[in-house]
Design a protein around this ligand. Structure first.
Ligand code: PLP
Length: 419
């Protein structure tokens, strides 16, 4: 794709072909898959120059694209990372073997024993475990805000986090899994500045932009430092791969790449290629899924056995959350939760009766996936923490896919009879 600076392409356009130049691939229209673990050098001196450029960023090959060994980088990763950075409007991006590998690299690059961090609740179960079980065993601290749109609540949590140790990270998952709770990114950036003024160094603001897909929310417009996405979800889009991406300033992404090289959490050549292929259609897929989701959410809202539907499109007019949503997001997404009257027994009866929707965790695939949050994705989160995050025993998460919306509603309708 042309790099002419006069032509400023939109993210949806960049998602289709940016990052791969056919000249590089012997004029193949599509990127070849380079299935190799290692790379050959034309001479011993060239090998030395490649290593100098990689490790010291100096020498005759400085700034050129060269490869050493696939764990350190490979062409498929280069194509994908160029595309991810362009789509997000960032300087650089790094792709990992999963979304959690990406989150782990961020934690390991920027947190040290005694440091503290701030996150919201609810939050993805794996991220909760990363900061509150794994990293905390190495002497780090965390604090959660419960309403990411309430300045007083976020400041209370920020002060509590600072009391435990220097705050290095603010992790904002928005909308948050599984209830689609919204976090105000401008508020997070303001809070980072405030914490920075108080403690003498500013924490990094990291968004987890997985739930809406890559286009409906543009975190860098709000001044965040790093944007993380589980590419497993909407970008992969077919429930057949695992991957994660982080975009941001080149200097921060370099630190994450170093973690990736040493922990071995790079994305492999074949999965990089699968993603390049899937990302071409992520805009149209998410559009259709979101249209279906609205129809399903509206049907659920009117059902007598449903106590509530936490769908972004239903945020009440005039509320703070609605104002944040209107400012920050251009669409309501296709993953949301509904809450049955009753608890686990009612939820299980519904799930066991479904014929079309698949009972599975994960989201963002072409097929509709449904699960009971308390006993699956948030199984390891203590009940009182789940309730704080709005996850009741009757909460069911739905990731609406690309089937015909009337078939999805018909499936839910017949299953509701069992509740
Ligand atoms: C799935 C998910 C992750 C983790 O991604 P994996 O690719 O499964 O490792 C992180 N955050 C959110 C919001 C997710 O939905």
């Amino acid at each position: 794709m042309s790099d002419d600076p006069k032509l400023k392409f939109r993210p949806e356009t960049l998602a289709v072909a940016h990052g791969y130049d056919p000249e590089f691939g012997m004029w193949a229209a599509k990127p070849p898959i380079f299935m190799t673990s290692t790379f050959v050098y034309p001479s011993a001196q060239h090998a030395k120059d490649v290593h100098e450029a990689f490790f010291d960023g100096t020498g005759p090959l400085k700034g050129t694209t060269n490869h050493i060994y696939a764990r350190l980088g490979h062409p498929g990763l280069d194509f994908l990372e160029k595309r991810l950075a362009a789509m997000d409007g960032a300087e650089a991006a790094a792709a990992f073997s999963s979304g959690m590998a990406a989150h782990s690299a961020i934690a390991l690059a920027f947190m040290r024993p005694g440091d503290s961090m701030l996150h919201g609740r609810p939050i993805y179960g794996g991220v909760d475990m990363l900061y509150n079980q794994i990293l905390s065993d190495f002497g780090t601290h965390s604090e959660a805000y419960l309403d990411g749109t309430d300045e007083a609540d976020v400041r209370r949590a920020a002060d509590a986090a600072m009391a435990k140790g220097p705050v290095k990270l603010i992790v904002a998952e928005t909308p948050a899994n599984p209830t689609a709770a919204i976090v105000d990114l401008a508020l997070m950036v303001r809070m980072a500045d405030e914490i920075g003024a108080k403690q003498g160094h500013r924490p990094l603001v990291v968004t987890d932009n997985t739930l809406l897909g890559p286009f409906a929310q543009r975190p860098f417009e709000w001044g965040v430092d790093l944007n993380m996405t589980s590419l497993t979800k909407y970008c992969g889009g077919h429930s057949d791969l695992l991957a994660g991406g982080v975009s941001g300033r080149a200097e921060l992404i370099e630190k994450l790449r170093f973690q990736r090289v040493i922990w071995g959490s790079h994305l492999d050549p074949f999965t990089s290629w699968l993603l390049l292929r899937s990302i071409e259609s992520v805009a149209v897929r998410t559009e259709r899924a979101m249209e279906n989701a609205r129809a399903v959410a509206e049907w659920l809202r009117d059902h007598p056995k449903v106590a509530g539907v936490t769908y972004l499109g239903f945020l009440p007019e005039g509320s703070v959350r609605r104002a944040v949503f209107d400012r920050q997001c251009t669409a309501a997404g296709s993953t949301f939760s509904f809450h049955l009257h009753g608890g686990e027994a009612e939820a299980f009866r519904l799930l066991d009766r479904l014929q079309l929707m698949k009972l599975a965790v994960s989201l963002g695939g072409s097929e509709t996936l449904i699960c009971h949050s308390a006993t699956t994705t948030h199984y390891a989160v203590p009940r009182e923490k789940r309730l704080e995050g709005g996850i009741t025993d009757g909460t069911i998460r739905l990731s609406v896919g690309l089937e015909h919306k009337d078939d999805l509603i018909a499936d839910l309708a017949q299953a509701m009879e069992a509740v």
